[in-house]
Design a protein around this ligand. Structure first.
Ligand SMILES: [Zn+2]
Ligand SMILES: [Zn+2]
Length: 286
C-alpha cells in the first residue's frame, strides 16, 4: 500500500461524524509517527505532497522538527539568535539543503559535458572551518557552513566532479552580502538556488572566491564555481584532483554529521511560523 493510500484510508475511517479531525491531522500523532520513523526525509516529502493541509503542517512544523532531530548541531547554531521568521528561505529549504545534493549543470564559469541530476543524501558533513575557506579576509566574521564535496563520476577521461553546498547564518546581516551589494554585483539571469528557488550571485563572477576554497575541496586551483542566493544558501561545483592532500586543511574543526541512525537529536521545541512559500522548489520539499 502506498503512503498516499494509507493516508486516504485513515482519513476515510476516522470520518463519518462530519468532523474534519482525522488522526493524521493531529499534530501530536503526526510528530510521534515521524519520530518512530526517525524523521525519514523521504517520508516527510511524501507526507507534504498528500494534500494542502499536510503541506501547511509540514511548513509550519515538520521541516523544522526534522532539521532539529536529524541535524541538531547545525540547526541550533543557524537558528541561535535568528528569529524563526528570518531563517533565510524557510525550513523546507534548509531541510533540502541538509539532505539533498543539488547536482549540477553547466554555468557561465564552469563547463560540463553533461548535467548531473540531484539526489537525496543520507549522510553529509558540514563544517564551519570549511565555510571559513569560502570567505574572503574581510568577510571572515560571517558564519558559513559548507559540506564536503559529493563526488560524481564523470567517466574515465574526466576528473570526478565535486558538488558542494552550504548555508550562512543571518545572511541579511552578513559582511558577504554587504560586500556583494557594495560592489554592485548583479544577480544571475538564468541560475536559481536549488534549495529555495531565489536568485543568486555568482561568487566567481564577483571575484570573491578565496584561494583556500579550492584547497579545502581538494580541487585544482581555479577549477571551481559557486553561487550564493539572496537567502544565504550556497551551491557549487569543482573538479576533484585525482590525488588530493588534506595536509594543512583538516585541523581542529567543528563538524556536524547528518545521520538519523544515532538518534542523538531531540525533537523538542515550539511550533513556529514564517516558512517560505516558493513553488519553484520541487523534489517534495514543500
Ligand atoms: Zn551529489
Ligand atoms: Zn536559496
Amino acid at each position: 500500500m502506498s503512503d498516499n493510500q494509507r493516508v486516504r484510508l485513515n482519513t476515510a475511517s476516522s470520518g463519518g461524524s462530519g468532523s474534519h479531525e482525522s488522526v493524521i491531522f493531529n499534530e501530536r500523532v503526526l510528530l510521534l509517527v515521524m519520530e518512530s520513523m526517525k524523521w525519514d526525509v523521504q517520508v516527510v516529502c511524501r507526507t507534504a505532497s498528500v494534500c494542502r493541509r499536510l503541506r501547511a503542517m509540514a511548513r509550519r512544523l515538520l521541516w523544522r522538527e526534522l532539521c532539529l532531530f536529524r541535524a541538531p548541531g547545525i540547526t541550533e547554531t543557524l537558528s541561535n539568535g535568528v528569529h524563526s521568521s528570518r531563517m533565510g528561505g524557510g525550513w523546507p529549504a534548509l531541510a533540502k539543503l541538509l539532505f539533498f545534493c543539488g547536482g549540477c549543470e553547466s554555468s557561465r564559469n564552469f563547463a560540463l559535458s553533461r548535467p548531473k541530476p540531484g539526489h537525496f543524501v543520507m549522510e553529509s558533513r558540514f563544517s564551519k572551518t570549511s565555510g571559513r575557506s569560502f570567505l574572503t579576509k574581510r568577510c571572515r566574521g560571517d558564519l558559513l557552513f559548507v559540506s564536503d564535496p559529493c563526488e560524481h563520476r564523470m567517466g574515465d577521461r574526466e576528473d570526478d566532479l565535486g558538488v558542494f553546498r552550504g548555508v550562512f547564518r543571518g545572511f541579511r546581516e552578513s559582511k558577504t552580502r554587504a560586500c556583494l551589494i557594495a560592489r554592485q554585483v548583479a544577480l544571475e539571469d538564468r541560475d536559481r538556488c536549488p534549495y529555495c528557488g531565489a536568485r543568486v550571485w555568482s561568487m566567481t563572477t564577483a571575484g570573491l572566491v578565496p584561494r583556500n576554497a579550492a584547497k579545502r575541496l581538494g580541487s585544482h586551483d581555479g577549477a571551481l564555481d559557486y553561487f550564493v542566493c539572496v537567502n544565504g544558501h550556497l551551491h557549487g561545483t569543482c573538479w576533484l584532483a585525482p590525488l588530493s592532500s588534506d595536509e594543512g586543511v583538516n585541523g581542529e574543526d567543528e563538524e556536524y554529521e547528518m545521520d538519523g541512525s544515532d538518534g542523538t537529536g531531540n525533537s523538542s521545541g515550539g511550533v513556529t511560523d514564517g516558512f517560505s512559500d516558493d513553488p519553484t522548489v520541487g523534489n517534495g520539499f514543500k
